[in-house]
Design a protein around this ligand. Structure first.
Ligand SMILES: Cc1cc2nc3c(=O)[nH]c(=O)nc-3n(C[C@H](O)[C@H](O)[C@H](O)COP(=O)(O)O)c2cc1C
Length: 331
């Protein structure tokens, strides 16, 4: 079930959602290894004065990533967005994704992200400016609308298609919903029926069975998975297996989980340097091990570790049960 965006063909209809502060290069690489066919960078501001900040430079680093390199840009001024698109293409972006889905106050305050969905004329101006500025495919990510009473995804989807957008991702919530309540897929289904461009369904897909259900219900060309991947990055492999075979997804072994987590920590440190890498690793350790019954015992050691070597050693002991055995003996 491959799907395509412009000239780019993806082996599976499965994407990792862009998540600022989460889907940095090491995490995207991990998810690609575990089965995500498509990944998108964290959003990059269109404001040129921030281009040289360390944060933006790291967000624009795609060294060694498998293509196509998809870079998401955010902003509300058409010319600035066009300029940001050109700049990112000159730095290696092969697809530009426009963020009109983010509900974050920081983004919406400056009339970007999902705030733009209020103003369909401005949406059209931004989309025309960006598609006119670059030769690479331009894609768009939206919510179902600005408010529950104004679900205008259908209107925006038609505008997007008219403006030359090559694929549309829809998160099944409005901006007003933020992350509350359940995502709904009826709007996505209606959009898919109304446009010819590929539609990617997103929101609350947290298992292989849910992935199948959303694909079937919406008839979307692909699905995009966000928050659950923080806790279970191996969900991509489970979804692919289930979509391809209908077989129950298998839980990875502890040895596999340990290997993925440890190699991710090493990659974080190689990317950010030891000081920042260890701190970012703490978030991932918490996300991935936080649900385990025994995690609280080992958590303080992992959160206080100042070096990757300490984190890796503790994780190894934790998975080996050595840590738990010595804890049992001492208590
Ligand atoms: C921490 C966090 C950061 C996010 N950052 C972005 C972003 O930069 N750009 C974007 O389009 N969406 C962003 N999103 C929204 C996700 O891409 C996705 O649409 C949303 O989480 C719903 O999918 P899920 O239910 O699978 O998580 C973010 C979501 C989270 C939780």
């Amino acid at each position: 079930m491959p799907f395509s965006i412009g000239p780019y063909r993806f082996d599976a209809p499965l994407a990792l959602a862009p998540m600022a502060g989460v889907t940095d290069r090491p995490f995207r690489q991990l998810c690609r290894r575990l089965g995500a066919a498509m990944t998108v960078s964290e959003m990059i501001t269109s404001r040129p004065e921030l281009r040289d900040s360390r944060k933006t430079r790291l967000r624009m680093n795609h060294d060694g990533e498998p293509g196509p390199i998809i870079v998401q840009i955010a902003g509300g001024i058409p010319e600035m967005m066009a300029d940001a698109a050109r700049y990112n293409v000159s730095r290696g972006a092969q697809v530009i994704d426009i963020n009109m889905g983010c509900p974050a106050k920081k983004v919406c305050r400056v009339d970007a992200g999902s705030a733009l969905l209020r103003d369909s004329k401005l949406v059209a101006s931004i989309l025309r400016a960006v598609t006119g500025a670059v030769d690479v495919p331009v894609t768009l990510k939206i919510r179902t609308g600005w408010a529950r009473a104004r679900r205008n995804a259908l209107e925006i989807a038609r505008i997007a298609e008219d403006c030359g957008i090559r694929a549309l991702t829809i998160h099944g919530r409005t901006r007003e919903d933020r992350f509350a309540g359940d995502a709904e897929y009826e709007t996505i289904r209606r959009v898919k029926q109304a446009v010819q461009i590929p539609v990617i369904a997103n929101g609350d897909i947290d298992s292989a069975k849910k992935a199948r259900m959303v694909m079937d219900f919406t008839a979307a060309d692909a699905i995009m998975v966000g928050r659950i991947a923080q806790r279970r990055p191996w969900i991509f492999g489970q979804i692919i297996r289930y979509l391809n075979t209908g077989l129950e997804p298998e839980e990875p072994s502890n040895a596999e989980k340990q290997h993925w987590l440890c190699s991710h920590i090493k990659n974080l440190v190689a990317f950010y340097g030891e000081h920042q890498g260890v701190r970012i690793a703490r978030k991932h350790i918490n996300w991935q091990l936080g649900q385990d019954d025994n995690y609280d015992i080992v958590r303080p050691l992992l959160m206080q570790a100042e070096t990757a070597a300490q984190q890796l050693e503790t994780i190894e002991a934790y998975f080996d049960q050595r840590f738990l055995e010595s804890y049992d003996r001492a208590s």
